[in-house]
Design a protein. Structure first.
Ligand SMILES: Cc1cc2nc3c(=O)[nH]c(=O)nc-3n(C[C@H](O)[C@H](O)[C@H](O)COP(=O)(O)O)c2cc1C
Length: 149
C-alpha cells in the first residue's frame, strides 16, 4: 500500500473539504494518507511519500492560493525528479472567465517543468459546494490508485 501526502492550500475551506474526502477515500483503500497545509509544509516533505497530491484553489486572476503559491516558490531549488504527484484544482467561473481553475494548470506545469512524475487525471472542481463530492472523488481516487498499484 502506498504512502500519500495531501498537501493543500485553502483560504475559505473548500479545498480543505475536498482534501478531507480524498483522505477518507484513500484511507478506506488501506493506503497511509496524511493531510498537511501548505503553510506548515517544507519542500522535503514531498519526497517522504510515494505520492504527493498538490491541491489548491485559484485566486486573483488565475493565481495559486496564497499559501500554496509561497510553498511552490520555496520549492524552486528542490529536485523532484524522483517524486510522483497528482493535482487537485478548485475554482469558480463566476470570479473569472479567463482563468477558470488555473491553479490546476499551474500545479501541473510546475510538476512537469521540474521533471516530477505527474499521474492523471487531475481533479478539477468548478464551483462549490460540489454536488456528489464523494462520488466524484471516489472515481478520481480509483484512477489514481490504479497507477499506484
Ligand atoms: C477574490 C477571489 C478571486 C478568485 N479568483 C478566481 C480565479 O481567478 N479563477 C477561478 O477559477 N476561481 C477564482 N476564485 C474562486 C475560488 O478559487 C473558489 O471559490 C474556491 O472554491 C476557493 O477555495 P478555498 O475555499 O479552498 O480557498 C476566486 C475567488 C475569490 C474570492
Amino acid at each position: 500500500m502506498a504512502s500519500i501526502l495531501i498537501l493543500f492550500g485553502s483560504t475559505g475551506g473548500n479545498t480543505e473539504l475536498v482534501c478531507d474526502e480524498v483522505l477518507h477515500i484513500f484511507k478506506a483503500k488501506n493506503h497511509t494518507a496524511v493531510m498537511q497545509r501548505a503553510e506548515n509544509s517544507s519542500p522535503d516533505d514531498m519526497g517522504a511519500y510515494d505520492l504527493c497530491i498538490l491541491a489548491s484553489s485559484t485566486y486573483g486572476q488565475g493565481l495559486l492560493q496564497d499559501h500554496m503559491r509561497a510553498f511552490i516558490k520555496s520549492c524552486s531549488s528542490k529536485n523532484i525528479s524522483g517524486n510522483t504527484f497528482a493535482v487537485i484544482g478548485l475554482g469558480d467561473n463566476k470570479y473569472n472567465t479567463e482563468y477558470i481553475i488555473e491553479s490546476a494548470a499551474i500545479l501541473e506545469k510546475t510538476v512537469k517543468d521540474n521533471d516530477g512524475t505527474l499521474l492523471s487525471p487531475t481533479l478539477r472542481i468548478n464551483k462549490t459546494p460540489v454536488p456528489h463530492l464523494e462520488t466524484r472523488v471516489k472515481k478520481w481516487a480509483n484512477e489514481i490508485a490504479k497507477q499506484l498499484a
